[in-house]
Ligand binder design. Sequence first.
Ligand SMILES: [Zn+2]
Length: 218
Amino acid sequence: MTMIDPKALLKKVTPTPQVANNLTSTEKKEKITALFTEIMETLGLDLTDDSLAETPHRVAKMYVDEVFYGLSDTAFPKITLVENKFDYDHAVIEVNIVTNSHCEHHFVPIIGKTHIAYIPGEKVLGLSKLNRIVDYFAKRPQIQERLTLQIHQALVEILGTQNVAVVTDAMHACVKTRGIKDVTSMTRTSKLSGVFKEDTCHRVEFLTAIPRVQEVQY
Ligand SMILES: [Zn+2]
């Protein structure tokens, strides 16, 4: 069994622009509660109303513990790899992995699905770990292109192979509900490497196994 060191791994992944501030999670929540109170007051909302009173605290908790937990490197999922004793050498393909994120330009949801394929080398990974790795990077303020690259790079490092393919299909609330208000468009981002990039048969096997972008269910 091999354990992955998250700090060393994350150094090899395209960084999310971050500046360390040494605040504890409790301090972050206190500060965001105060600042969000100010945002709501600035918008002219009545914070003494019993429906609104707890909103700043709820938002602070949601940001730190839930939707942006992936900003903390200590929150990276525990990954253990096991020997590929049976010499499995074909593609492992997992489709429709829930990928719920937030766009870093508007802080509104990106709702999507990620599809992953890899060909094991000496090690294999528990399938649920793919879901956990996707969720970890999704729980950062994101642009979809970076999200796909971060998932791909982490898997290349963890699995010790370039034979990895990642596709993310998503709809962006900032495109649907404001600005251009396009309610039907969806976005696909991909990163294929190793045989999935170089070999047509592997690429076609993967791309025909995953849903077509317009068929993805949210
Ligand atoms: Zn946006």
